[in-house]
Design a protein around this ligand. Sequence first.
Ligand code: ZN
Length: 350
Amino acid sequence: MDLELLKNALIRLFHRGFEKEKIQKLFNFLVRETSPQHRLFYPNLLGVRLNFTHQETLRLVTYGVLDGLFEMTWQVFCPQCTAPNFETKSLKNLRLRERCAACGSDYEPHADQNVHVLLALHPRFYDEVINTTDEETPVAEAGVQPLTVLDLIGYPDFREHFTDQAPRLNQAIKIRNVSVMFTELIRSTEMYEVIGDVQAFLLVNEHFDILFDFILKKYGGVIKTIGDAVMAVFKEPGPAFEAAVDIKKRVDHFLNSKLKNFSSGIKIGLHVGPAVVVNLNENFDLFGATVNKAARLVSHAQLEAIAMSKEFMAQVHHLPETQNTDKITQNTVTLKGIKSEQLIYLYKVR
Ligand SMILES: [Zn+2]
């Protein structure tokens, strides 16, 4: 292995915001755990072995690939027999249905489940890459949560730099179960009038920083912002709920500390269900009934409380927080564009 070349490549990560100590750990990992015959590894393994946070791991995948340190592959697993089925360089190559080469069953690639990202140290770091006839097994560890398509497309820097991976216009990638969060600022139009455009713009951006940080800390992703509203996704409803409570507390506190004689706050709506990843304006977007309902739900959230759909509540009712009946009220509402009345739950945060 060309260690000098590798060191120089890793220095670039320092300029991408990684701490020296973590880069050193990464260097040791790459030298010890990879070889010309075994270049592949699952990036999520670094989280466990090298103490990288979820956000740092997503950052490493994004900039490691962008800076030519790694090559990225998507590995598709058969949900029936769990065998790795095939690998592809681009998400554009995923079809709605695949046939397993190992067990012969038909299955669907799901962005939140059986399509995992796999990295390989770039061949230029080796004197020669030995292509073995044996199936190359990546460095893996049992019990480590894989990084899926959903993890990557929810990371803003990945979305920014890997738009070429967005599905084709006639293609969609299914998501089996995703928690969708929508937020909006209370009285935001008035706020612009009262404090002025520049101040309001700065305030909205600062509130995005707080939001994004809490979302990524709870293994969620940011799909888009629409004015001062945010659409975020989470693989698991528990962390989505925890993020919502944290965001509500922190953003409300932030707004109240910045706005004198003007009361505002953040509204948050949570829903869960299947969705699809599609291409909108040459970038990743999420689409479907779950997304629509989540978007409608946020208008029923209150200054004091987060709004949750019946379906979302059913998935978080076991949490100690949601068993506190003093904090929860039910309401029947009509959601725009949805015919039947909907039962929703309001969780009091303030
Ligand atoms: Zn199979």
